[in-house]
Design a protein around this ligand. Structure first.
Ligand SMILES: [Zn+2]
Length: 413
């Protein structure tokens, strides 16, 4: 059999996903396995035991990232790595993150089945606390790994009960010894459910991911004057909410002005005093702008600032807008994007480009090594929800793409 004909075992992948999903299974069919809990330890132990059964050696770093290695012919080469995370949201699903880890494991199992050697080693990784639900910041393990923040910062992060990451890692036995980031990576791939509706809407099986949207977050406060809703004529009001709604509409307009990847969202609004017969005196709201290139995101940034200034001048109300978070767009390395695209061609998959609107560990690995992602559809585009669902045949197709993308890199590096 030629390597091009090689296929993963979709039933084995599915049954491993279902078995892992038993740990922390919820009544509604989801999973609650928060980072560094006893359940996370059980999940980690299970995946590590599968890795050992597949003949892999295990390395754990100081932030609890786990690397499972299948040797290559040339151990001096940096590994071709794939993985994701196995922690979940409190009302999470079976596939977010878990699919990326178990698809990578399935690639190794398939290579074992067929006694296929690769030039570079293959590694399966799972990163600590990607979800950021119990401990902030999100994407903690991969973030420490790439130096986005320090190990000390991560260790000091506390959950609502005051327990720290450092202590909890120690407690569950996953505080390793390797210095984060000192683990070479030749190339990194991550398979993931799309977490959006684009693939399903277009009836495509594989999303080739050219990159991840950058985001710019703002807090906006409009200050007006509270007054009685009855006695105060329309022309004599300083209605903070009326002024704020103009800005909110412009946020959406800006998102629409830069298709296909422009996004403009107001997701959080607080009205003061929030009383039926009082003209609102103050409105606080969030602004979330996203796009795929730094230039477009910067244009959107300038436009919202200019609009706010103009609105303040026109209304005479004080308006503050402060940028509170910024992640630049992350274009993936063309070598990895091409490897994914070529694999879809080899396999004859229906495919389209889909940018990622959500954060993933691959954003951080991309700072250190060529990285790429593969998306598969999820039902109704829903994730971070117990009803999150995906079709076995789509998961298998994504895993086959991963197999061939990794094989191309592992033989060539
Ligand atoms: Zn995820």
């Amino acid at each position: 059999m030629s390597v091009a004909d090689l296929r993963i075992n979709g039933e084995r992948l599915w049954s491993s996903l279902m078995e892992l999903a038993q740990i922390g299974a919820t009544a509604k069919g989801g999973v609650k396995r928060l980072a560094l809990t006893d359940l996370d330890k059980q999940g980690r132990d299970l995946v590590v035991s599968w890795g050992k059964q597949a003949g892999m050696s295990i390395t754990i770093d100081q932030i609890g990232n786990v690397f499972m290695r299948r040797a290559g012919r040339n151990s001096a080469l940096p590994p071709v790595m794939s993985g994701s995370h196995i922690d979940t949201q409190p009302t999470g699903g079976k596939f977010d993150g878990n699919y990326g880890v178990l698809a990578a494991l399935e690639v190794v199992r398939t290579l074992n089945d067929h006694h296929i050697e690769t030039e570079a080693p293959i590694e399966v990784a799972f990163w600590t606390n990607e979800e950021g639900s119990r401990f902030v910041p999100v994407m903690m393990g991969s973030g420490v790994f790439c130096g986005a923040f320090t190990l000390e910062t991560a260790y000091a992060a506390k959950d609502t009960e005051g327990k720290t990451v450092g202590d909890e890692l120690e407690r569950i036995g996953y505080k390793g010894t390797e210095v984060p980031g000192q683990h070479p990576i030749g190339a990194y791939f991550e398979t993931h459910i799309e977490q959006g509706p684009v693939l399903e809407d277009a009836d495509k099986v594989i999303g080739v991911v050219p990159g991840v949207l950058g985001l710019s977050w703002y807090d906006c406060v409009v200050t007006g004057m509270e007054a009685h809703a009855g006695p105060t004529p329309m022309g004599l009001r300083k209605d903070a909410l009326q002024v704020a709604t103009g800005i909110m509409q412009e946020v959406v307009n800006i998102g629409n002005r830069y298709p296909p990847y422009g996004r403009g969202t107001v997701g959080m609004v607080q009205v003061f005093p929030n009383s039926r017969n009082v003209i609102p005196g103050e409105v606080k709201f969030s602004i979330d702008l996203r796009n795929v290139s730094s230039e477009l995101l910067d244009t959107m940034h300038q436009e919202i600032l200019a609009f706010v200034e103009q609105t303040s001048n026109n209304s005479g109300l004080h308006i503050s807008v402060e940028r509170v978070s910024y992640y630049p767009p992350c274009p993936f390395h063309s070598d990895c994007v091409d490897a994914v695209r070529n694999a879809t061609a080899t396999l004859g998959c229906s495919t389209m480009d889909v940018v990622s609107g959500a954060g993933h560990d691959a954003i951080y690995t991309a700072r250190l090594a060529p990285s790429g992602m593969i998306f598969v559809p999820c039902k109704d585009g829903i994730s971070h929800n117990e009803i999150e669902d995906a079709k076995p045949e789509h998961l298998a197709a994504g895993c086959n793409v991963l197999l061939h993308a990794m094989l191309a890199k592992a033989q060539r590096i």
